[in-house]
Design a protein around this ligand. Structure first.
Ligand code: PRT
Ligand code: ZN
Length: 225
């Protein structure tokens, strides 16, 4: 087992959040060598261990108390919270801070030539997505239903492949939608990276370290504004 006296922070190993997560921690003064392909990196100058994992695992690691902090996209966090609630659990964690990177939107998109006058156009239609619970929450709020086509990749090809009428996927520039002949018709959720903390009290030493990190993060983000 890892040393439980050291603060454990989970971040994405490789992907859209990993560079900026690492940069944020580095700018907070944490000296850490992430060069090696290792799951755990130990900070040299503070009692902190960095766990580098798939982003999808981070909310669960925090909710289950395996790590103390995590850096994760709100989209992945909210989907995991809704998934656990649907399974009858009551997931607990706190959001310490919204960060200034990882911005994207979860949007509905349809073939470019289709007519869209509102979400009711998609009532009872088949929609491909990796975010079925966020999509259901949106449709529920409108009193609508949809048929799910769950894909954890290549969502944008589903309409062309005849698998779905529309998609619900993350968008940043819109280039992927355009390249696949799709048009963004509605934004259902706006996301950024967030710093989250597990439920339950931290030891006094860990809490003091988190307080210090929060002050530094505040300074780093303010300096970039
Ligand atoms: O391997 P691992 O599971 O850790 O990574 P992943 O492949 O699941 O996730 P990754 O690295 O792609 O994204 C991590 C997080 O970055 C997401 O959960 C979001 O919070 C955030 N983010 C920000 C994005 C985007 N922007 C984004 N554009 N995540 C994905 N995309 C994809 C989108 O799915 C689509 O395929 O980029 C494409 C669209 O981009 P544009 O610019 O063409 O619109
Ligand atoms: Zn992922």
């Amino acid at each position: 087992m890892l040393d439980n006296t050291r603060l454990r922070i989970a971040m994405q190993k490789s992907g859209r959040l990993s560079d900026e997560s690492r940069e944020l921690l580095t700018r907070c003064g944490i000296k850490i060598n992430l060069q090696q392909q290792r799951l755990i990196a130990f900070a040299e100058n503070m009692p902190i261990d960095i766990l580098r994992v798939r982003d999808d695992d981070i909310p669960g690691l925090v909710m289950d108390g395996v790590v103390d902090l995590g850096i994760i996209g709100e989209n992945v966090l909210e989907e995991e919270v809704l998934t656990r609630r649907a399974q009858g659990e009551d997931p607990q964690l706190s959001i310490l801070r919204r960060l200034d990177f990882g911005g994207c939107r979860l949007s509905l998109a349809m073939p470019a030539d289709s007519v869209y006058t509102g979400p009711e156009c998609l009532d009872t239609k088949r929609i491909a997505t990796s975010y079925p619970h966020l999509l259901k929450k949106y449709f529920d709020s409108k009193g609508l239903t949809f048929k799910s086509c769950l894909l954890n990749g290549s969502v944008e090809v589903a309409p062309r492949a005849g698998l779905s009428d529309a998609i619900c996927d993350l968008v940043s520039t819109g280039a992927t939608l355009e390249a696949n002949g799709l048009r963004e018709v509605d934004v259902i959720y706006r996301s950024k990276a967030v710093l989250i903390q597990r439920a339950g009290e931290l030891s006094d030493d860990k809490q003091a370290l988190v307080d210090r990190l929060m002050t530094r993060i505040q300074g780093v983000i303010q300096a970039r504004e």
